[in-house]
Design a binder for this molecule. Structure first.
Ligand code: CO
Ligand code: ZN
Length: 337
């Protein structure tokens, strides 16, 4: 899975420009499913047919980036954010466009660094003037961090672990899926970082009985981190709540039971800020019971995002076991009244 994760992480794919990452994922998964297709929003569907419960598992494949808004006469580029981009993180970074153009980010003279905002930054692509710059980059082109994924022991460091780590887990789970009647829609969604947009339309199309998302989550185990109980290396995280969803208690229970029964390391997650695709899925049509398997990740939304390969393994095991066993929907919708 290390190789797969490296390949996915290093592939270009900001929100709204997911063609290349979708192509790479399609290649990695198509031999293991019955059907693969794209929709009009760019979501990639990989389907394992069945007559049982229909489950949709979403992993967003987009990553954060910067979008060019202006080119000055000296050839410097100004930009705005695609998703949650911090100016402090961007300063000094190397970025790359879809056509391979690279650049480095500098800042205007600033007396107080605390006042750094994205509009004080500029991108230098080595162009001598506006004309030369415009040959390489157009207004509206999007760049992402240019960073190789490396391994520090069993921990991966790289860009776009949010959410290529989730994509790797979903691909691997589909590859290892056991015999099951469940109909499984693995959906690699677009534009999550802009507000769960791809998940919204894809879940309407699939109309699943049950929804799951696989995404990274924050951790509380680094120096002076805000208190949070999720730790790197302590297993897959079963989400209870974030800002987009309260996970269906029965779905959370089912995941927990599987983890207990199969001795899969797990931890509960309450994320006080941020959301994930389950936020869109569970509000589809008349409501869809949904849960989330999260991968603990340090330094989210930096080019040095870190995940632990043991956590990745735990997430794969939890997901594939959940998808393989019979899912009794009447246990999720009890007739209590
Ligand atoms: Co994100
Ligand atoms: Zn994410």
């Amino acid at each position: 899975m290390k190789e797969l994760l490296k390949k996915l992480s290093e592939t270009y794919g900001p929100s709204g420009r997911e063609d290349e990452i979708a192509r790479v994922i399609r290649e990695e998964i198509q031999d293991y499913v019955d059907e693969v297709f794209l929709d009009k929003m760019g979501n990639l569907f990989a389907v394992k047919k069945g007559t049982g419960t229909k489950v949709m598992v979403a992993a967003h494949m987009d990553e954060i980036g910067v979008i060019i808004t202006y080119i000055d006469k000296n050839g410097f580029l100004r930009f705005s954010n695609i998703g949650g981009v911090s100016p402090f993180i961007m300063l000094g970074q190397r970025v790359v466009f879809a056509n391979g153009t690279v650049g480095t980010i500098g800042m205007e003279k600033l007396d107080d660094i605390k006042k750094l905002t994205l509009d004080k930054l500029y991108l230098d692509i080595g162009a001598k003037d506006r004309e030369e710059a415009a040959k390489l980059v157009k207004i509206g082109d999007i760049a992402v961090s240019q960073r190789q994924l490396v391994f520090a022991g069993d921990r991966a460091i790289g860009k776009a672990m949010d959410n290529r780590a989730g994509c790797a887990v979903l691909i691997q789970a589909m590859r290892e899926l056991g015999d099951t009647n469940n109909e499984v829609y693995a959906v690699f969604t677009t534009q999550e970082e802009l507000g769960l947009r791809g998940a919204r339309t894809s879940s309407y199309r699939v109309n699943p009985d049950l929804g799951l998302a696989v995404d990274v989550t924050l951790v509380g185990d680094t120096p002076e981190a805000p208190p949070m109980s999720v730790e790197l290396g302590k297993g897959a995280a079963i989400k209870v709540k974030d800002n987009s969803v309260i996970c269906h208690p029965k779905v959370k229970e089912m995941l927990t039971k599987i983890a207990e029964e199969h001795q899969i390391p797990y931890q509960f997650e309450v994320l006080t800020a941020g959301g994930t695709d389950a936020g869109a899925i569970h509000l589809t049509r008349e409501g869809i019971p949904s849960g989330v398997i999260s991968i603990p990740c340090r330094y989210v939304h930096t080019p040095g995002e870190m995940v632990d390969m043991d956590d990745m393994e735990s997430a794969v095991k939890l997901l594939k076991t959940f998808l393989t066993q019979p899912i009794e929907m009447d246990k999720i919708y009890p007739c209590a009244l």
